[in-house]
Design a protein around this ligand. Structure first.
Ligand code: DX5
Ligand code: ZN
Length: 212
C-alpha cells in the first residue's frame, strides 16, 4: 500500500502558540501542514491569510498544504506561492475557469489541487484529473473545524479513484479520526487532513500514528 500523507490542520491549533503547535505535529511525523484560508464570503468564517503563511514558512520545513476557501482564488495564487505554499487547493465552486487557475498554479511549480464541497457531484472533477496533482473531497461543509464526518460525501472518493491516474493525490478533509480515516483510505484516499482529532488529543504523536 502506498504511503498516506497526513496533513494536520492548524485551524485547530492555538494561534497564539502557532510555532509550538507546528513543531508538535512535525515531531509526531506529519507529512504536510494544512493551512485553511477563509475569507468570510466563500465560507461563513474568517481565518488566516498571506502574512501568516509567510511567517509559518520560516518556522517549518514541512510542505505547506494551503486550502483556499475564498472567492476569486486566482487573484491570490501568486501571493500565496510567494509566501511559501507548496500545494495550493482552490474550490471548484469558487472559480469560473478551472483550467485557467490550474495552469496558473502550475506555472509557479507548485502542486495544484481542486476541492469539492459535500453537495458538489464528483463528476465535475473528472475532466481535470490529468491536470490536477490533488483532489480534495470535503466531508464537512467548509468553514469550521470539529464538525461531524459526512459519510455520503466520502463515497465520492471511490468514484474519483476509478478514473484517476495513479499519481493523483486524493485528499479528504472534515471530521477525520481513526475510524473515518479508515473508511476514506478504503475508498482510495491517500491524504488525510485532521484538525480537532490531532490537536485536541492528549497524545498528538499517537493521534498522527493512528491515522496511518
Ligand atoms: C474546514 C477545514 C478543515 C478543518 C478540519 O473547513 O477545511 O481543514 O480544519 O477540521 P476537523 O478535522 O476538526 O474536522
Ligand atoms: Zn481544510
Amino acid at each position: 500500500m502506498s504511503k498516506i500523507i497526513i496533513s494536520p490542520s492548524i485551524l485547530s491549533a492555538d494561534f497564539a502558540n502557532l510555532e509550538r503547535d507546528i513543531k508538535l505535529v512535525e515531531k509526531a511525523g506529519a507529512d504536510w501542514l494544512h493551512v485553511d484560508v477563509m475569507d468570510g464570503h466563500f465560507v461563513p468564517n474568517i481565518s488566516i491569510g498571506v502574512p501568516v503563511v509567510k511567517s509559518i514558512r520560516k518556522v517549518t520545513a514541512l510542505p505547506l498544504d494551503v486550502h483556499l476557501m475564498i472567492e476569486n482564488p486566482e487573484k491570490y495564487v501568486k501571493a500565496f506561492v510567494e509566501a511559501g505554499a507548496d500545494i495550493l487547493t482552490f474550490h471548484y465552486e469558487a472559480v469560473s475557469d478551472v483550467k485557467n487557475i490550474i495552469d496558473l498554479i502550475k506555472s509557479f511549480n507548485v502542486k495544484a489541487g481542486m476541492s469539492i464541497k459535500p453537495a458538489t457531484s464528483y463528476d465535475v472533477v473528472l475532466p481535470y484529473l490529468n491536470s490536477l496533482d490533488l483532489v480534495l473531497v470535503m466531508t464537512v461543509e467548509p468553514g469550521f473545524g470539529g464538525q461531524e464526518f459526512m459519510a455520503d460525501s466520502a463515497k465520492k472518493i471511490s468514484q474519483i479513484k476509478k478514473s484517476a491516474p495513479d499519481s493523483l493525490i486524493i485528499q479528504v478533509d472534515g471530521g477525520i479520526n481513526e475510524q473515518t480515516a479508515r473508511i476514506c483510505t478504503g475508498y482510495g484516499a491517500n491524504s488525510l487532513v485532521a484538525g480537532n482529532y490531532i490537536y485536541k488529543s492528549a497524545d498528538i504523536s499517537q493521534a498522527v500514528l493512528s491515522l496511518r
